[in-house]
Design a protein around this ligand. Structure first.
Ligand code: GTP
Ligand code: SPV
Ligand code: MN
Length: 594
């Protein structure tokens, strides 16, 4: 398999600890994948779905107490507590290893340990980084086969002496009190135990490609961000790329795969997807910032996905997909979720696997009464996506024209505004806030500050992270312009005012027009806001110029309230907050108070 001594020694140690009955190396072949699928169906871990309607697709249910990332059980284990920062949970690495070793001890007895060699990025390319995940879950193996590039070529690329991230995962007993998702950036290691859910266990994703990678990026002069990457093709064939950071379940997959409104399609506009969740960003030889998607698939939110909101996502998960915690239609052995269509199945099991009565559905108690869990997901190959960019496999990534931050704010944040500089844009990212969603365990709908959508994913101190942003800005000769959007303003009845989804294309066009210097804007205390008539609403039912005006208002009082909240937030981060961010905050307050 490999002659890498570090890998073999580590594998011996982990085997000694977890005591699996058997070890299987994952080689990336279809034969091995098919055998594992069959085995998972035999054990009940997965259910094979209707081969005619959903070829190669499977349903999996996680434990009822294990349906989302667990931020409270996620730790950064640095030798010095200061290096972990105040927002992250910290554990002393020596103590943490000792605690976790007890949980892993013999945890794989009677089970198989799978060894997954995987690559984040194109195998063998300059910017790829490699990992090995050891796991006792076939579900994890099958998901990693979709989400990352897996196989023997990764072992070859690591070679005899190459570096890799050492990931250890065991479902153990799924005991939620002893659930730990631990990162040891100083050891290039990730240990996850007692969970079987998504971001807790697919260690290439949030654990490696964001938490560990953000640490590496700071050390090596690049950035790992919670960002989608998309290309907008103009009628003349030009393609411009934007990245966007929205918190979990706030619209990245949807924006990345959006279909322009018909009126723009007719003119020849197109949208191409490069990535829907994570971007690794580096400065290119031409002095622009380049974005690369290190993943190979999508782990998308199922509820709300339908042939109007996101037909491309729906098409992507029709073949070879894994559905997690959705509703099982027993009549035709297919899947269903809230927002797929208006025909909930009458003969179905809910996400818990119990008989489901759709007539009892209560919006106020989604988790208790819904068919699909609000954080139910599909895992699907990127190459299934009808609008996948031809640059998807370009190891250099794509040049970024604009970077967009955004959150879920019922009030305060306008539909779109532009920062006035890289430093001011970094500040705009640092003060991002959003209502919490079902993507993480805990209360839903509470506004919390989520800088750059990275609050749960920065592998070090948040203040240091902002320093890194500022420093990167000084090194990018042709830096992208930075914007902020909010698709989620509501009216007095709580309905979204902006139609969102494909219509967001109209806002992206304004953003790109600003970057090209083609359109004017009004300066406000928070930055540049469009002139309402410059958001093209041709062919958009129910939205008038007045709607746009109302979506663009900047209410000084609510912003001043936000400023007070931001001060407390900055203080909670501590003394590593850059002076430049405090200066930006003071300047914002002064402009708002004028
Ligand atoms: P993660 O995978 O958790 O990182 O989420 P994400 O940021 O990719 O979010 P996703 O695109 O899956 O959207 C999450 C939820 O927001 C879904 O229920 C969508 O239907 C909804 N949503 C996405 N875009 C819009 C929009 O423009 N307007 C409104 N109102 N809802 C949206
Ligand atoms: C998110 O929560 O931001 C996700 C899903 O993309 S998970 O992989 O579970 O983190
Ligand atoms: Mn995400």
């Amino acid at each position: 398999m490999t002659k890498n001594k570090q890998l073999l020694t580590w594998l011996d140690e982990m085997t000694e600890l977890c005591k699996p009955d058997k070890i299987i190396w994952i080689d990336g072949s279809d034969e091995q994948r098919d055998a594992l699928r069959a085995e998972a169906c035999r054990t009940g871990e997965m259910i094979k779905l209707n081969e005619e309607k959903l070829p190669g697709c499977y349903l999996h249910r996680t434990a009822v107490n294990d349906v989302a990332r667990v931020e409270g059980r996620t730790f950064i284990c640095t030798r010095k507590k200061e290096d972990c920062g105040t927002i992250n949970n910290w554990l002393d690495p020596v103590e943490c290893y000792a605690t976790l070793k007890k949980l892993y001890c013999g945890a794989m007895q009677g089970r198989t340990m799978y060894v997954i060699p995987y690559s984040m990025g194109i195998v063998g390319s300059e910017f790829a980084k490699y990992g090995i995940e050891l796991t006792d879950s076939i579900y994890v193996v099958l998901n990693m086969l979709i989400m990352t590039r897996v196989g023997n070529d990764v072992l070859d690329a690591i070679g005899e002496n190459g570096e890799f991230i050492k990931g250890l995962h065991s479902k153990a007993t799924l005991d939620e009190k002893n659930r730990y998702i631990c990162h040891f950036p100083e050891d290039n290691a990730i240990w996850s135990v007692n969970s079987g859910y998504g971001g807790n266990v697919l260690l290439g994703k949030k654990c490696f490609a964001l938490r560990i990678a953000s640490w590496l990026g700071r050390k090596e002069g690049w950035m790992a961000e919670h960002m989608l990457i998309l290309g907008v093709e103009y009628p003349n064939g030009d393609i411009k790329y934007v990245t966007a950071a929205f918190p979990s379940a706030c619209g990245k997959t949807n924006l990345a795969m959006m279909i322009p409104p018909e009126i723009f399609r007719k003119k020849g506009y197109k949208v191409w997807t490069v990535g829907d969740d994570i971007a690794w960003l580096r400065i290119g030889k031409d002095g622009r910032l380049y974005a690369m998607n290190p993943e190979n698939g999508f782990f998308g939110v199922a509820p709300g996905t339908n042939d109007k909101s996101n037909p491309n996502a729906l098409a992507t998960c029709q073949e070879g997909a894994i559905f997690t915690n959705v509703c099982h239609n027993l009549d035709d052995n297919t899947v269903w979720w809230e927002g797929l269509d208006n025909n909930p199945p009458h003969n179905a099991n809910n996400w818990r696997g119990e008989k489901w009565d759709y007539t009892k559905y209560d919006k106020a108690d989604k988790i208790g009464t819904s068919g699909a869990h609000p954080n139910s997901r599909f895992t699907a190959k990127a190459t299934n996506c009808p609008c996948l960019s031809s640059e998807f496999n370009n190891p250099e990534g794509v040049p970024v024209t604009a970077m967009i931050f955004g959150g879920r704010r019922a009030k305060t944040a306008p539909l779109v505004y532009q920062s006035t500089s890289w430093q001011n844009g970094t500040f705009v990212g640092s003060i991002m806030a959003s209502e919490t969603t079902a993507a993480a365990a805990g209360a839903i709908g509470v506004v919390r500050r989520d800088p750059m959508a990275m609050r749960p994913f920065v592998g070090y101190d948040m203040g240091d992270y902002w320093h890194h942003w500022l420093e990167m800005g000084t090194k990018i000769p042709h830096a992208p312009k930075i914007f902020h959007v909010n698709w989620f303003r509501t009216d007095d009845e709580g309905n979204f005012i902006w139609p969102g989804y494909g219509e967001n294309f109209r806002v992206v066009l304004w953003i790109l027009a600003r970057c090209a210097g083609e359109v004017d804007a009004d300066i406000t205390p928070i930055g540049y806001v469009p002139k309402a008539e410059d958001i093209d609403i041709e062919g958009l039912d129910g939205v008038t110029l007045d709607t746009i005006r109302s979506l663009l208002t900047v209410d000084r009082e609510s912003w001043l309230t936000d400023v007070e909240n931001i001060k407390d937030f900055y203080k909670s981060i501590g003394d590593r907050v850059p002076d430049a961010m405090w200066d930006e905050l003071a300047a914002l307050e002064a402009r708002l108070s004028k």
